[in-house]
Design a protein around this ligand. Sequence first.
Ligand SMILES: [Zn+2]
Ligand SMILES: [Zn+2]
Length: 358
Amino acid sequence: MSSQYIIPETMKAAVVDSSDTPLEIRNVPVPRPESLKPGECLVKLDCTGVCHTDLHAAKGDWPVPAKTPLIGGHEGVGIVVAIGAHTQDSPVKLGDRVGIKWLADSCLDCEQCRKGLEQSCPKGKYSGFNIDGTFSQYVLSYVRHVTPIPENFDSAEAASILCAGVTVYRAIKYSNANIGDWICLPGAGGGLGHLAVQYAVAMGLRVLAVDTGVQKKELVKKLGAEAWVDFKETKDLVADIKAVTGGQGPHVAVVTAATSTAYEQAIDYLRPGGTLMVVGLPARASLNADIFWTVTKSINIIGSYVGNRQDAREALDIAARGKVKCFFEYKPLSALKETYEGLEKGAVVGRIVLDMKN
Ligand SMILES: [Zn+2]
Ligand SMILES: [Zn+2]
């Protein structure tokens, strides 16, 4: 054990005892520095973002259920206060400010890990899912997977980039869009969408934002979207999207929606050779791609799952240089319950970041 920090016996945490009991904020033991294994570290959290995935984990409505009892959360930023004894060549040291993301650890040795697809490692440990996450004042994590936070980058800003930002950044990066290409972003005014608009603009793409309402229209235009289609006002969404892009349709669509309709529409409006990036993670839904049009238009359909360590660093770096700003509200941990209720109703604008310092 190596730590010069005073670590209390207990901490505040939001605990879900089972998928049908509500979460409870209570005191739980802090993992002891002397019991950390090599490669493990203890992080004292400043703040944590709240993601829609946390709600799925708490409700247990995905094909793979989360562990119980569970401390959720996977967008944490804090300080390394202990590192397991006998840890060799740690890339982080005591006092470093780091981010905890969805993928907390992977073996780094299987085929997926070697190919940079560590998110799909069969031994993956996921924060707030199969291990405890960041809705607590301290969290056990792994030195090889925590993400260094760029200097002078606000912790609350960084929190939302660690999941929402990385997810959309990677999807745009792997879509192989080129400078000047059109990118269609359904849900552009939402939590993931408003970050996607900014990353796309920073990467030199022409953004076609799809969402509804004057407020969201103004937001995405301010962030640099070049065109706007209101999905509630349009009589023919596919025709309007094609018209905006000179009749051909966009080169890329990054779909973060939780319904399958948005995916089917994308096959219709994408230009031949276009790419559909599948990002949203609904509880249960199928992708009903029309095979005839998928083949004859040579459409690429690519699933994109959060990001690897390199994607995380790139997404943070771009945001830290002021290219991407997250719109968030800062609240105490006690606001988590009402945040879940808001997420369930779709009533949360931007992201919620929880203060974990007291
Ligand atoms: Zn997330
Ligand atoms: Zn692996």
